[in-house]
Design a protein around this ligand. Structure first.
Ligand code: 3HC
Length: 285
């Protein structure tokens, strides 16, 4: 099955990035949010990214207009009725995701594929909220989506080979490097990266080094583009807490327990760049 029309549920950091990349790759995209304010905010970020590319000479004005023309915002799930593929990028909450998939199942055409961008939740459980679990899989993008080349496609014991083949071709058409992961907690990349984030937070929590030195150690010692604490702020501390909590719940191994400091920061609303404060302060230029 060839994908032509794409839907994206959620116009936050990840959903907006996914919609932007799909529209840039020539797909017609419908993107939804729960209200007009969040939709307008998300669309503004996408348009701002495209405008920056025009300023840098990476896109022409005509290309920018064509990309924007392929993007349509909505607050109604019914508008996904004609989509060939819908990618869900809502917050990491199993109850919410199951409701979204049940609703999509009701409105989407029988052949449509549905994917979740979850970083950590069980894809099989999400698939079973629909009457088409063979057409459900994970498509896990990385932040910032327009820049990061990786796409993890998460298959389940109930997803079909045909669904996988279509998702893989689609991912490659976006210019992504596709890796195949089984439906296990945090898949491949996060499973390997999470221990590093947790240790970085513990080293900071225990007062063993400053945040700058922790980040510099990984930037200059391992050539990472940014240190783990700065990256945690970029990804969002609430998102990381969901990831660690769900890994801890699944494995029941203290190795995956979220650091206390992370919990306290999220409780205090220190979510990283998106709230203006995380390990670093983003309120001052
Ligand atoms: N959206 C779109 N484009 C962006 C962007 C954003 N949010 N942030 C940066 N860019 C673009 C810039 O426009 C620039 O594009 P250009 O090369 O065409 O001019 C390019 O990226 C480089 O940006 P900058 O020059 O501003 O800054 P840096 O060179 O420092 O790069 C970075 C910024 C791309 C964020 C880089 O530091 C990086 O790669 N960091 C690591 C990111 C990472 O590891 N992501 C994975 C997170 S884990 C995850 O997402 C999984 C989830 O499940 C938790």
């Amino acid at each position: 099955m060839a994908i032509k029309k794409v839907g994206v549920v959620g116009c936050g950091i990840m959903g907006g990035g996914i919609a932007q990349v799909c529209a840039q790759s020539g797909y017609e995209v419908t993107i939804s949010e729960i209200n007009d304010d969040l939709l307008n905010k998300g669309m503004k970020v996408i348009k701002g990214n495209l405008a920056k590319s025009v300023e840098k000479g990476k896109l022409s004005k005509e290309e920018e207009a064509a990309i924007v023309g392929r993007l349509k915002g909505t607050t109604k799930i019914e508008d996904f009725g004609d989509r060939d593929l819908v990618i869900e990028a809502a917050v990491e909450n199993m109850g919410l995701k199951k409701k979204i998939f049940a609703d999509l199942d009701r409105v989407c055409a029988p052949g449509a594929i549905m994917a979740t961008n979850t970083s950590c939740l069980c894809v099989t459980e999400i698939a079973m909220a629909t009457k088409r679990p063979d057409k459900v899989l994970g498509m896990h993008f990385f932040n910032p989506v327009p820049v990061m080349k990786l796409l993890e496609i998460v298959t389940t014991i109930v997803s079909s080979q045909e669904t996988f083949n279509t998702a893989k071709s689609f991912g490659q058409s976006l210019g992504k490097v596709v890796v195949i992961a089984k439906d296990t907690p945090a898949f491949i990349a996060n499973r390997i990266a999470v221990p590093m984030f947790i240790e970085a937070m513990k080293v900071y929590e225990e007062g063993l080094a400053t945040k700058e030195d922790i980040d510099n150690a990984m930037v200059y010692g391992y050539n990472h583009p940014m240190g783990p604490l700065a990256l945690a702020d970029l990804v969002g501390l609430d998102t990381l807490l969901y990831v660690y909590d769900s890994m801890y719940q699944e494995f029941k191994d203290p190795k995956w327990a979220p650091p206390l400091l992370l919990k306290r920061m999220v409780t205090a609303g220190h979510l990283g760049r998106k709230s203006g404060k995380g390990f670093y302060d983003y309120t001052k230029k």
